[in-house]
Ligand binder design. Structure first.
Ligand code: NAP
Length: 335
């Protein structure tokens, strides 16, 4: 029995970095014994140029999730604050009814927003997410930010260690199979671990070519915490890059050369590199061709020289800096 489990862990660990079938993201074992697909679909529509959230006023996310499931994705990332939970749920319902997948094949993540950080507010907030998703449980529930706020966006004096007690209640009630955190720094994660009975199974943070997060990745590896990488493309695409964003863009000659060598696109090289760093990327797209291409990254491997080129773009540059929260004692990005 012990040998079987050991073999399974080794297999999963090997699979996550090895070459496997395209369109199928190998599973990685979490520290609580559950498994997570090593690539997922993001469903946040992002910010407008003026910094507001892009309004969700069509069914593009539902269509994207349906296309993703057809393309082989089994891991979908959403959050209460994205206003996309209903569409994610509608797509899942449709695909289950069609017989394309079973609920047990899917890994669905959602996140607790800052206004529900009181211990007693966590389970009710999760139940609201489940109602919007039309699901009975989440595979992963994350504290979205270490910062607590009131309904009116003022800071609330609630320690994330208290919030974590509510997350543990949610897991004990079977409403979330695994629990974790997002946007925590090493100090916050270390403190949470030392003060809690349950260790986070996953940390979701920004990881891309300009922000490779070596310190957090090493910490999580040592603690056996899975790292899910958000905004995996960072500033790769001209349309999304801020004026001060460091290179590369998708027409970078060194990247094009690597892409050519593997008969892949620069976007695929970018995702493959993150996977080889040990990160689970969750690229967002509502475009059929891109959704399909973004998961075709499990049939090739980069060599050391190529990884060195990709490492050279690591400039500690953050795409999602949430500087409006800089004065919070829980702001995670000061270090
Ligand atoms: N925990 C957190 O605080 C947090 C913060 C941010 C994001 N997230 C999660 O992470 C997910 C991904 O991050 P993100 O949405 O910020 O950024 P992203 O996935 O790095 O980039 C999304 C953008 O890239 C475009 N794109 C996708 N694939 C492409 C390809 N192959 N070629 C060219 N363009 C491509 C998309 O366009 P189209 O859609 O038009 O195709 C979209 O404009 C989010 O959706 C969300 O689920 C979490």
């Amino acid at each position: 029995m012990i040998l079987l489990k050991f073999t399974a862990v080794v297999l999963l660990a090997v699979c996550s970095e090895a070459v496997t079938r395209p369109g199928v993201a190998p599973l990685i074992e979490l520290n609580d014994g559950k498994t997570i697909p090593s690539l997922g679909l993001g469903t946040w529509l992002g910010f407008t140029k003026s910094g507001d959230r892009v309004p969700v006023n069509d069914d593009s996310v539902q269509k994207a999730v349906e296309l993703a499931i057809d393309a082989g994705y089994r891991h979908i990332d959403t959050a209460a604050v994205y206003s996309t939970e209903e569409q994610v749920g509608a797509a899942i319902k449709k695909k289950i009814e069609e017989g394309a997948v079973a609920r047990g094949d899917l890994f669905v993540t959602s996140k607790l927003w800052n206004n529900n950080h009181a211990k007693s507010a966590v389970v009710p907030a999760l139940k609201e997410s489940l109602a919007r998703l039309g699901l009975e449980y989440l595979d992963l529930y994350l504290i979205h930010w270490p910062i607590a706020q009131t309904e009116h966006s003022a800071y609330a004096d609630i320690d994330y260690v208290e919030t974590w007690q509510g997350m543990m209640d949610a897991q004990a009630a079977g409403l979330a199979k695994s629990i974790g955190v997002s946007n925590f720094n090493v100090t916050q994660l270390d403190r949470l671990i030392s003060m809690s009975k349950v260790k986070p199974a996953a940390l979701q943070i920004e990881v891309n070519l300009n922000l490779q997060q070596t310190e957090l990745l090493n910490f999580c590896k040592a603690q056996n915490i899975a790292v899910i990488g958000y905004t995996p493309f960072g500033s790769l695409f001209h349309g999304k890059a801020a004026a001060d964003a460091p290179p590369p863009r998708s027409d970078d000659q060194a990247l094009l050369k690597i892409a050519d060598r593997h008969h892949k696109t620069v976007a695929q090289i970018n995702l493959r590199y993150l996977i080889e760093l040990g990160v689970i990327p969750i690229p967002k797209s509502v475009t059929k061709k891109r959704i399909e291409a973004n998961i075709e990254v499990f049939d090739f491997q980069l060599n050391q020289q190529e990884r060195d080129v990709l490492k050279s773009f690591d400039k500690n540059y953050r795409t999602i800096a949430v500087t409006q929260w800089k004065d919070s004692p829980y702001y995670p990005f000061n270090k």
